[in-house]
Design a protein around this ligand. Sequence first.
Ligand SMILES: NC(=O)C1=CN([C@@H]2O[C@H](COP(=O)(O)OP(=O)(O)OC[C@H]3O[C@@H](n4cnc5c(N)ncnc54)[C@H](O)[C@@H]3O)[C@@H](O)[C@H]2O)C=CC1
Ligand SMILES: O=C(O)CCC(=O)C(=O)O
Length: 435
Amino acid sequence: MPNKKNNSGAGYYKEPGPKLDEESPFESMMERFRFAAEILDLDEGMFQYLSSPVKQVTVSVPILMDSGNIRVFQGYRVIHNNILGPSKGGIRYSPDVNLEEVNALAAWMTWKCAIVNVPFGGAKGGVRCDPNELSDGELERLTRRYTANMLEVFGPDRDIPAPDMNTDEQIMAWIMDTYSMNAHKTETAVVTGKPIILGGSYGRKKATGRGVVTVTLAALNKKGILPNNCTVAVQGFGNVGSVTAELMYEQGAKVVAISDIAGGYYNENGIDIPKALEYAEENDGSLEGYPEAEEITNEELLQIECDVLIPAAKEDQINRENASDINARIIAEGANGPVTANADGILESKGIMVVPDILANAGGVTVSYFEWVQDRQGYFWTEERVNRRLNRMMRDAFDQLFKTKEKYDITLRQAAYVFGINKVAMTLKRRGLYA
Ligand SMILES: NC(=O)C1=CN([C@@H]2O[C@H](COP(=O)(O)OP(=O)(O)OC[C@H]3O[C@@H](n4cnc5c(N)ncnc54)[C@H](O)[C@@H]3O)[C@@H](O)[C@H]2O)C=CC1
Ligand SMILES: O=C(O)CCC(=O)C(=O)O
């Protein structure tokens, strides 16, 4: 018999786990999880099952640097849950990567896959490094050694990585090749976000941004705002931010601000996004020194008066310190975890509609799923077919969560957690782990 939840309230669930910062990504995830657990009346056993990662792997990644010295990096992979299928999630390279962050990102993948209805569990990985300080050769050796140390974790039926911050299709190609060398056969489906020539999917590169735009348009529609009559600010100009800015621009929106790690650029008349893309392309991905716009800070970008704010860089950008200064009508979370749990209530009280990360940026994993399907079938789709199916799945997920929001009279974020967690819990019950 399942344990029955006691009735001592939300505090009951706060018991286990390490002491965390009030605004840590993991604590933000758990805060929302606890809320959804109360609504769903999850019993204690189910609560603990769904909040505990299935597997946390930490590896040392020693590599030979170009200098001839050995340097050892820390690598992580967390499988949060695999009840819906093999676990899925990106790999990030960043000096900030740590186990607690990866735990949060892996759990978000679990709820995200459930929301868009792809048959995957949730995982995430990373290596604590500054890729800007590594040569191409060092980056390749790092990726291959990390993959070699994860051979027992990764696998097309077990756990399938993909790109995330500071990782790209070349890094996915090295992962695929290292895994295949060890499997003694070419195993394209072990990783997604690969180059097309290696079994990648048309549309994957732009999929996350495309999905952000699909749900942003749906949110604008709910607010009665036309896309060609709206202003947009985008934080982050990498894979997610640049594509989102480009596609919103193509929709006729006025993109008034963009930024990257070096700072932001503002033009009240709208930034010419194709020009900005060209500029970044010519400057190694950086917007630094972009002309035809006023320089602003990332903090100022977040406070710009606009219809849609799209944080597409990293976690914890909108928090209890600055949430009351946000002047957008809609926030569409391109990044994972850009708004902390402490900011949720402040944004809600200001009437800002937040399209949460686990819905808004799910286009990436959706097309990763298409890529995995194509690799396993050895039959490849056109870009038009990928984009059409992506738009439909994102739109369906938005509508489903909107219904859940209305049913419980909660925010869209709360609805996303309720829907995702409920689906995983129901699947677990059907599979009979409790028997
Ligand atoms: N690549 C993908 O398919 C997916 C990415 N995401 C999430 O989207 C976010 C961005 O990922 P990508 O675009 O792939 O990474 P990326 O590495 O391609 O780009 C990151 C961008 O953010 C900027 N940035 C970094 N730190 C910043 C800071 N402190 N302030 C302002 N800008 C900063 C960088 O300069 C760069 O322009 C991450 O949270 C990632 O987890 C979510 C779903 C899928
Ligand atoms: O494409 C994927 O499999 C995962 C993308 C990802 O890491 C994310 O959605 O946060």
